[in-house]
Design a binder for this molecule. Sequence first.
Ligand SMILES: *[C@@H]1O[C@H](CO)[C@@H](O)[C@H](O)[C@H]1NC(C)=O
Ligand SMILES: *[C@@H]1O[C@H](CO)[C@@H](O)[C@H](O)[C@H]1NC(C)=O
Ligand SMILES: *[C@@H]1O[C@H](CO)[C@@H](O)[C@H](O)[C@H]1NC(C)=O
Ligand SMILES: *[C@@H]1O[C@H](CO)[C@@H](O)[C@H](O)[C@H]1NC(C)=O
Length: 728
Amino acid sequence: MPPPPEDDGSSSARTPLIPPTPPPPGRAVARLHPLPLLVAAAFAASYHLLVAPAPSYYRSLFLSLGSNDTAAAHLHALTLRPHLAGTEANARAAEHVVSALSSLSFPTRVVPYSVLLAYPVHRSLSLSAPGHATTPFALVQDTYPGDPYAAVSAEAVPTFLAYAASGSVAAEAVYANYGRPEDFAYLAARGVDVTGKVVLARYGKVYRGDIVINARKAGAAAAVIYTDAKDYAAGEAFPDGPWMPPTGVQVGSTFKGVGDPTTPMWTSSEGCERVSIPEAMATDDMPGIPALPVSGRDGEAILQLIGGDVAPKDWQGGDGSPVYRLGPGPAVLNLTYIGNETMATIQNVISVIEGKEEPERYIILGNHRDAWTFGAVDPNSGTAALLELAQRFSELQKKGWRPRRTIILCNWDAEEYGLVGSTEWVEENRAMLTSRTVAYLNVDSAVYGAGFYASATPQLDELLKEASKQVQNPDNETQSLYDLWMASDSSSMIKIGRLGGGGSDYSAFVQHVGIPSIDISMGSEYAVYHSLYDDFVWMEKFGDPLFRRHVAVASMWGLVALRLSDEEILPFNYSTYAVELEKGAIDINKRLLGVPVSSSPLQKSIAEFKRAALQMDSEMKALQTRKVWNPWRNNPLKVRDLNERLMMTERAFTDREGLSGRPWYKHLIYAPSLHDDYGAQVYPGVDDAIQMAERTNTSESWRSVQHEIYRIARVINQASLVLSGGLT
Ligand SMILES: *[C@@H]1O[C@H](CO)[C@@H](O)[C@H](O)[C@H]1NC(C)=O
Ligand SMILES: *[C@@H]1O[C@H](CO)[C@@H](O)[C@H](O)[C@H]1NC(C)=O
Ligand SMILES: *[C@@H]1O[C@H](CO)[C@@H](O)[C@H](O)[C@H]1NC(C)=O
Ligand SMILES: *[C@@H]1O[C@H](CO)[C@@H](O)[C@H](O)[C@H]1NC(C)=O
């Protein structure tokens, strides 16, 4: 094992793109227009304006303080042992976070919840076929010679799929490609009966919970999900290369809901109302059948014994794989899974840097801590970035910085089981968060590899772009992160994802409450995801050998936070939002050609929103211009009103009833796709209704598409009113 990096600060790589210049004395005055003495005297009354450096000074200072050694030291400490949610090891990891933040003098507390988690008690899987001896699978991920984590890897949870139903199934195997609805539809069309069978599907295109649920809906009695070498082992396997070893297994949750399954729609506070565990396990969001994940090697062994028709070309494996056939049989899989669904205590860590002028306005930064195994990429590269960033904030404080608004640092637990820690906290604090939160800034895994990736609600697009121009590309000193980001797309358009997917802790903030949010990372995928090999060695060898990518993510994250916390007028731009709404409407329109549905209510609402956004832009400019040329401070109530409208406009996209059949999802513009929890959708309600109407093609089903269009038009109208601050 490599020794933990020393953190004496002396060897830190400090790599400012823009070296900070200390403010010249009296800078605030020097910037002003010539003034009557009277005015100068009035100014002197606000002592801090004269002596406090401008926010931009602290931002430059922040950028100059990045330390790769600090990030590496935290990552190393956090990933010494596997630390699954609800375990003693994860409570120890929480202590590391608490002590790191407390030692920076930020008031820090643990917010615990008792929630339903799942652990494997017994697993077995064997393969047989006529003429073949029954082969039991070991279901173990191998360590390698010299693995510094070999001993502690025994503490890792045995490979399993959380919340799978307990039971035993012995039945013929059917191969179902990626387990999507279209894959099952293809099997049905080819006359392959899935009823009562064990489905073998491969990871890669949709959320694993959807794979198992799709299999159950197709009639399967159990499911096995494997890692296909084609998708996860395209090169040398770990530890020689970054790819998944043949015995590597992707572990994970199969719960499709969010939060604690025993408290649907409300929080898991002490003594609260709960549904019983059997009831919670019986909902449609649960897999409902036994299921296990297996390695690439085991998956291939099963495929070798599946007969029947040859599967289509895009269902096949890579070079060197056997020919994949559809089945059913003659391979028989005998699978037993016994899980323990049990109440466990989780710990969110919450740390507060109180704002000076508007302490009741929140900028919230969040990352989760719990991991399936060691979690070096997922999620502790993000935790390391959070702690490194906190260290820089503390240094700013020593230099006199106080944020204008309150910054809250959150380290969530049990994200892996279904965004549990963040969801329970957001549900518990919903009313306060609704009235006070300016933005939520999420980082799950900070570093997977090279390249910069960002998603956002669209009013934050411009801020992200501006911030990325000030952060150095960690892999090329002559470039900014912006240049790197631009280079990722040949169309010379910045690619910004949206936050409709259910993939991480922004979900409750955006989709339940309607808080402007971002999610950023370097790299976006890695082959050893959720396997035993997601450890410090992998990160040091392949993910981020100099830990400069960690620093770049922390710089970007902190810079966005500083701008949101310190600028008098919130750096939001709703014209960008209008453009996104329009793009979504164009897509919807294409799908409505020749059907009896009109999108004109939507078009009209977007046109109105565009007007409101333009008007807001000019109001913002007026206030900003006034600030530069006028010695008097802007009327704080006027500024407050403008900021309030900027902050609350996103809330207006939510609807009390939520999406049809999915009432927790209140946001009508962004929510997960119905058939892939990872898939992001614009106008998810309309999308669901169109998919249904396309299947059934009844006039009633098209009427419900029309209804959904009216619903989104209504929330967009609400958003326009909030943005323009007027009543009808
Ligand atoms: C399945 O395996 C279990 C042991 O793991 C065994 O007891 C059972 O008999 C097997 N079932 C069939 C049908 O082979
Ligand atoms: C399930 O977990 C609970 C709590 O950790 C434990 O007390 C119980 O013994 C476990 N049950 C089984 C069958 O392992
Ligand atoms: C770094 O960026 C510069 C400017 O974009 C480019 O010319 C150069 O090739 C890059 N260097 C590397 C090593 O990629
Ligand atoms: C930090 O960066 C410096 C040079 O930029 C490098 O020498 C050092 O090894 C890095 N630290 C770690 C932990 O990678």
